[in-house]
Structure formats: structure tokens, C-alpha cells
Design a protein around this ligand. Structure first.
Ligand code: ZN
Length: 268
């Protein structure tokens, strides 16, 4: 008799102690399933262990393109056209109230094979809101995404990268979501121009890297075709965040720079 079981996760209980900027221990949910021969009683399913990531430890030349703050009525469809033309899947950290306003774009994101994930309902710095508001921001968004697209997000990105232990533990414990930061920030929200954004994305790519961008700035959309072309030329492939997490290898992850957390009220 053959059964398919998740790979047991030994280090799952260590996850809660992980520091903010350290990609953390193995997460049960993202481990590939393996087929084993069952000779005894079925093993219990390992506890679910959400974790925080800046990048994913893998030697494979794969990056995740991620786009925050949409859906945007004009720019997100343009970006989707570019991604489709290049045969690339990305991850969209959408704002809940934008999903409500542009549900057809949220559905297109999912129908074209991209990952849709939670970027809160109204984009507050979660470190500045209380427990009740925090929970509402996350749950209302996940519920909206699920209602509109049929998919429930498995990870989230905190607006402004604003995170602390209280927020992280609430997201893990109360919502079961991974917290996804980034390893490369081109600062496209400062609108430095498409060429600069392209260069920063290409130069900042590393195996397992998570590249941050925003599909609400025209210069970002303009930068993406060249960035994809150059990353492909460097040998990189592209994955959604969940696909990237499935490539995670066991060794200690490489150190990555801490995300830049703006002190001013810049929208990003
Ligand atoms: Zn944002």
C-alpha cells in the first residue's frame, strides 16, 4: 500500500523563535509530497509552521517577481500582458479594497496562473495598529480574495515592510500565513525611472531571491520587459513565491540584507 504524505518537519517548532530578517526553518506546508511505503500506522500530519522569508535557500537560479499594492485598473492588466507574453508567473500582493474595486483583474491574476496574496485591506503599518484592527486587515482581505477568485492566500506581505514580533506572531498564530519580505528592493516607489528599476532588479537577483516591485507605477511596468530579458540572459527562471518555497533546500540560508523600512509615510 502506498500513501502520499508530507515530508515530516523536524524543525517546525523552531520557527516561532526566528528573528525578523532570517529566512527561517522548514515549513511543513511547502515541502513537496513524497510517496512512501506505509508499513505501520499512518503518521500524524506535522503541525503547520508559518515562517518569515526574505529569500529562499536554493542553489537553483530561480527568482520570484512580486508586485505590491494592486490591482491597478490600467497598469496591472499591462503587466499581466507582459508576463503572459514571456510565459512567466509572478506573485501579486494585493490590497483588499482594490480587489473589491477591480475583482475582474484579481480573477485574471489567478486565471493566468499567478499567485495572489494578502497585502492587507487598507495598507496600514501593522506595527501601528491594535490586535483587533490587525486581524481585521488580514482576514477581510483573505476573505475577499477567496470570494472573488476562489483562492485563499497562503502568505502575506506587511505594508512598508513594517513588522515586529507581535505582528509576526499574530499573523502566524491567528491567520496561518507566511510573512514574505524581499531580498531585492529597487525602490521603484520613488519612481527613479524605468532604466534604473531594470538595472536594480537584474543586479539584485540571487538564486532564491524575492524581488520587490509595485504594479501601480508606470516606470515599473516599463522596466519589466527588459528586466525579464536580462534575468533570462543571466540564466534565471521565474517562480511564484509558493513555488519558490517548494524549492527550499536544507542548508542554512545565505544572509541577505535586511529590508529597508521607511521612516516616512511613503507609499510602497
Ligand atoms: Zn504596499
Amino acid at each position: 500500500m502506498r500513501l502520499t504524505l508530507p515530508v515530516p518537519v523536524v524543525a517546525a517548532m523552531l520557527v516561532a523563535a526566528c528573528a525578523q530578517d532570517q529566512p527561517s526553518a522548514r515549513s511543513a506546508r511547502h515541502e513537496p509530497s513524497i510517496s512512501i511505503s506505509a508499513s505501520g500506522p499512518l503518521e500524524p500530519k506535522p503541525p503547520r509552521a508559518p515562517a518569515s522569508y526574505n529569500s529562499v535557500n536554493t542553489s537553483r537560479p530561480v527568482v520570484a517577481l512580486t508586485f505590491d499594492d494592486g490591482p491597478h485598473p490600467e497598469l496591472t492588466p499591462q503587466l499581466l500582458d507582459i508576463l503572459r507574453l514571456n510565459g512567466i508567473r509572478a506573485t501579486f500582493y494585493v490590497i483588499g479594497r482594490n480587489v473589491e474595486t477591480y475583482p475582474e483583474i484579481a480573477r485574471r491574476i489567478v486565471s493566468e496562473g499567478h499567485e495572489i496574496a494578502n497585502h492587507t485591506w487598507s495598507h496600514p503599518a501593522l506595527t501601528s495598529v491594535g490586535a483587533s484592527r490587525l486581524s481585521q486587515e488580514i482576514e477581510k482581505t483573505s476573505a475577499s480574495i477567496q470570494r472573488v477568485t476562489g483562492r485563499r492566500p497562503t502568505n502575506m506581505r506587511p505594508p512598508y515592510g513594517a513588522i515586529n514580533d507581535r505582528v509576526r506572531q499574530a499573523i502566524f498564530r491567528d491567520h496561518g500565513l507566511d510573512v514574505i519580505m524581499w531580498s531585492c528592493d529597487p525602490l521603484d516607489w520613488k519612481r527613479p525611472g524605468a532604466e534604473v528599476v531594470r538595472q536594480r532588479l537584474v543586479n539584485g537577483a540571487t538564486p532564491g531571491g524575492i524581488l520587490l516591485a509595485h504594479d501601480i507605477h508606470p516606470g515599473t511596468i516599463e522596466a519589466i520587459p527588459g528586466a525579464i530579458r536580462d534575468l533570462k540572459a543571466k540564466g534565471y527562471g521565474f517562480a511564484t513565491v509558493s513555488q519558490l518555497l517548494a524549492l527550499k533546500e536544507d542548508a542554512a540560508p545565505p544572509s541577505v540584507p535586511a529590508p529597508v523600512v521607511p521612516t516616512q509615510a511613503a507609499v510602497r
